[in-house]
Design a protein around this ligand. Sequence first.
Ligand SMILES: [Zn+2]
Length: 427
Amino acid sequence: MHFPTSSLVLSVVLALPVFCVQAAAAALSKEEAQIVAFADAQSGKFAADLESAVQIDSSTENLPGVRQMAEFFLPKLTALGFECRYVEQPPSTHRAGHLVAVRRGTHGKRLLLIGHLDTVLPGGNWRREGTAVHGSGVADIKGGDLILIHALQALDSIKALEGTQLTVIFSGDEESAGTPLEVSRKELRDAAARSDVALAYESAVGMTGTVARRGSIAWELEAQGPTGHSSGIFSAPVGSGAVFETARILGSFYEELRKLDGVTVNPAMIAGGREADLSKTGGTLSGKANIIAQRVMVRGDLRTVSAEQLADAQAKMQEIVSRHLPRTSATLKFEEGYPAMSPTPENYALLAQLNQVSLDLGHGEITAFDPRGRGAGDIAFVSPPLAGLDGLGLGGTGEHSIAEAADLADAPNLIKRSALLIYRLTR
Ligand SMILES: [Zn+2]
């Protein structure tokens, strides 16, 4: 009696995937099914391309390496009908430059497709075990750059790129942008002025899309007070000292900024004493236990989800600084920062389109990634104003570390999803 029952269960189980495939196939147009078939047929080429890309050492500071990375991608984009140029950066920025590729047309939405050439750590350290691959940039972002290029190749296989307006920008300094940002992000912003939608290929996080990324800005706090014998602290002539003033300010940052959802303030380094100084990466101080601190310096960053929230948080911080303990003074300065990609309704609409593509392919649901978990990225320079979606690249682990790894098995689905999203946006 067991036999017929298990046979029934087995046939239901077997029938289910077949049904899903048919449902997925039915949701795709004839052209979309051809795009998917091409991507499947080409999937073996992805690993070889990624290996070649990762073998090029293109850390941000390695200018010849970053240029070599551009030379690797350039012929691939030229073959897809893009006009490509390499945009040098002024020598004063110590940055290599960007690869800009344009295809002109009038079909559907005009897309800005964003990747980058540089990595945080030096490359050339490719290693593969089965489908697991290791090396600088496997996920951030050479894997992502190649997800985009393979998606474009799948579209080109049925001539679906004809008549579309696409701009690909692979910047040479995403991981450490050249300053001033006005100069280093000019190409990106100019391209945004000719586009409707921005798609970015930073690493995918599971079945999510990125509709928001927090902006980040560095700040420096300097507190001063009269120095003197420690026994005089708290007295009217000497006041509270620079260290107590700093403690007051940082304590208030902690109590008051922590209440704002999406905001973080991180005091990263502090130096105080009779003398104190900080650079961007370290500092010096001197003093004695019986001398009142005259000077304290603190460096840190502030992260927010929108320009409005940044302005609010900065105003709050300045207001806290201005309260002052007796006989002390303090100033807070902000540096040039990365803007936030705000979670706009337009970004959610793009995510809904990606979700529909994923459902139609039978890949399952895609949800929004929590912006608090994501650092700043190039897409934030253009979205807003453009509708934007990030996290379309190859997922990974250990980005920005020597343990960076990715799984090649994820690539085929990501390529198909991107190809169909671009296809539908450009009809
Ligand atoms: Zn990146």
